[in-house]
Design a protein around this ligand. Structure first.
Ligand code: MSP
Length: 634
């Protein structure tokens, strides 16, 4: 070994539920960078995985009536299959429950204790379980988690602390000397102010939480899930297991993370590495969020889109293309299915698909199906220049981790080639015998541009490059980025007309779903018998109505805010003819908590409340005695 490896990581995902396209977004982008560097002939080490310990996972498992181990097994299998569906070319999949990782975590914890970087004390403050984050009282916003706005829990327990304070100055100096360490630059500035405001030592253990890695020598304490999770990047590089592999791999070249977890990767993570005397990652890149409407897509908000479903409906490459192209990498952007269809139809079916179709058809009609010879100098080199520019632009964009910019450059080349056809009008050249050489040249230029496009697209799309090449009569797969150089298409190659690259998609927005609580108290026929397992798939919870308001323009609907214990949900309900907003606030209701969210009058309704109805009468159903919101109904 010994050969340096280009090391890229994604965050490791919580296997508390199936992943959605927000997670796919990070992973597909990382995959594109990994494929790009591989194509350039570098040895790449691309790591993703799962963050399996902690209170969030333990609670989720309890709610599902499973052990944490059984739950993560099931969900991790789903995640692996999702990555296979999306063509993710990772080299290592790390799970924090693996023995190779527990060894590293305990050894690091021990070393930091021995050095005095970790000490024992008592933690008193607040904890946000969904974010797995400690918060001092002073940081809470209206008593809630300042990051996600969800309720926090009071914690007072013996705890081990990591001495962040000891490293604050070194960290600030590091930021100043390495302005590329955290990107985009705005995120580095945020981190600087955060550190300047003062770093409190960080609690790095939890007491009485068995789902985690025990503190060495003190098994009542479990190592804090973020301390455990961050070290995955070291484990996957061979730390404490394979010196040679580590030397070739460390430090990471790029660590992609969502913007809300930049803080962990730009403050806690480098401090752990400083304490271990290890070089810091070269770049931590904080990308933006995929939003649905104007809120972050997330399972706990119930507004998620399933990537498997999208791939089934639209195909793999359109979904990858959309994720990589649509939103400037780094910024937030809204997901809409309409935009996905539009991208597929315009960029892929129209622009790219037509370019291939027309080129292959013209070579068929005007040159007997064989790529004509190229005679430099006959034709102005405009397309050749456009290719060279696109290659340079993609290289620069990928170097700066601007994957969407790379896609834009490729799109421009496609459009330039289509324009070239319009300008040269090969069908007219064909009619004039004296234009024969020019025609050959035009056709060659088009075939060659498509060949170069097949190379340019290789890091991003999985199936399309080969499909383009097959029609161009090229048998070999793309092997190296150097094949973007002009002039490799061989004269005399027989083209092979094939089906359209991308079928055009219809865009039929689905009709607005009916309100989730019965508007008309219809009398259903008795449903068939179900098993207790069937019944247990319905997550019924007690909820407390926090707020209620009329939905403008919809005289049967109320918009409710319902506290479910850990979170507050929006539910739109068709009960206005029976209840006014004031009747409801403070009342306890029963909520179907795992119902697919539905958009009603533009509002995402994240559940349904239960009501009994008979002959035009309707009454809400609730608990008989006081019980806290979130209690399970079964
Ligand atoms: N387990 C921690 C990370 C530990 S890394 C040492 C975690 N997991 S997560 O599953 O909640 O999120 C993983 C990544 O998915 C984060 O980078 C997060 O930003 C990203 N995304 C989750 N929802 C997203 C969107 N809606 N849009 C874009 N990225 C999103 O945090």
């Amino acid at each position: 070994m010994g050969r340096a490896r280009w090391y890229i990581t994604t965050p490791i995902y919580y296997p508390s539920d199936n992943l959605h396209i927000g997670h796919a977004y990070t992973t597909v982008a990382a995959d594109a960078f990994a494929r790009y560097h591989r194509l350039r002939g570098e040895a790449v080490w691309f790591v993703t995985g799962t963050d399996e310990h902690g209170q969030k996972i333990a609670r989720q498992a309890a709610q599902r009536g499973q052990t944490p181990a059984a739950m993560v097994e099931e969900i991790v299998a789903g995640i692996r299959s999702l990555w296979a569906t999306l063509g993710i070319s990772y080299d290592d999949f790390i799970r924090t429950t693996e023995p190779r990782h527990a060894r590293v975590v305990q050894a690091v914890f021990q070393r930091l204790m021995d050095q005095g970087d970790i000490y024992r004390g008592e933690y008193e403050g607040w904890y946000c379980v969904p974010d797995e984050t400690f918060w001092p009282e002073s940081k809470l916003v209206e008593g809630r988690c300042p990051d996600c706005g969800r309720p926090v829990e009071r914690v007072r327990e013996d705890s081990y602390f990591l001495r962040l304070s000891r490293y604050a100055d070194r960290l600030l100096a590091y930021y100043a000397e390495h302005p590329d360490f955290v990107q985009p630059a705005s995120r580095l500035h945020e981190m600087e102010s955060f550190v300047r405001a003062g770093l409190e030592d960080l609690s790095v253990s939890r007491k009485g939480l068995s789902w985690g890695i025990p503190v060495p020598g003190d098994p009542e304490h479990t190592i804090y899930v973020w301390f455990d999770a961050l070290l995955n990047y070291l484990t996957a590089a061979g730390y404490l297991a394979d010196e040679e592999r580590l030397a070739a791999t460390w430090p990471p070249d790029v660590q992609l993370v969502g913007k809300e977890i930049v803080r962990f990767h730009a403050v806690i993570w480098p401090i752990i590495l400083m304490a271990l005397d290890l070089p810091l990652p070269k770049r931590v890149f904080g990308h933006g969020w995929l939003l649905l409407g104007d809120t972050k897509m997330s399972k706990s908000r119930g507004n998620v889109v399933d990537p498997v479903e999208l791939v089934r409906k639209y195909g793999l490459d359109p979904v990858r293309y959309y994720l990589l192209r649509e939103v400037p990498f780094g910024a937030d952007g809204s997901y809409t299915e309409e935009a996905l269809v539009l991208r597929t139809n315009v960029d892929l079916a129209n622009d790219l698909g037509n370019l291939l179709h027309r080129t292959v058809a013209m070579i068929g009609r005007f040159n007997g199906g064989l790529v004509p010879p190229y005679r430099p100098g006959v034709e102005a080199p405009s397309l050749r220049q456009a290719c060279a520019e696109a290659v340079r632009e993609v290289e620069a964009a990928m170097e700066q981790l601007e994957v969407s910019r790379a896609m834009i450059a490729i799109g421009q080349l496609v459009r330039a080639a289509n324009k070239y056809i319009e300008e040269r009008q090969p069908w007219n050249l064909y009619r004039e015998p004296q234009d024969r050489e020019l025609l050959d040249d035009v056709l060659y230029n088009l075939a060659e541009t498509l060949r170069i496009l097949s190379v340019l697209l290789t890091p991003f799309l999985v199936e399309t490059p080969e499909r383009i090449r097959r029609q161009l009569g090229i048998r070999e797969p793309v092997r190296h980025w150097e094949e973007t150089a002009w002039g490799r298409t061989l004269a005399g190659t027989p083209v092979e007309p094939g089906p359209p690259l991308f079928p055009r998609r219809e865009w039929n927005p689905e009709p607005e779903p009916a309100p989730t609580t019965p508007v008309e108290p219809a009398e259903p026929a008795a449903p068939p018998r179900i098993s207790i397992q069937d019944f247990s798939r319905i997550d019924l919870r007690v909820g407390r109505v926090e707020a209620a308001e009329v939905v403008p323009g919809a005289d049967r609907l109320l918009k409710l805010r319902i506290d479910l214990g850990g979170e507050v949900r929006t539910v739109v309900s068709g009960i206005r003819s029976h209840y006014g907003p004031d009747d409801l606030v403070g009342r306890h209701v029963v909520v179907v908590a795992n119902l697919e969210p539905a958009r009603i009058r533009g509002i995402v309704s994240e559940g349904m409340i239960l009501a009994a109805s008979d002959d035009g009468r309707l009454t809400l159903v609730g608990p008989w005695d006081a019980i806290p919101p979130g209690a399970r109904v079964r």
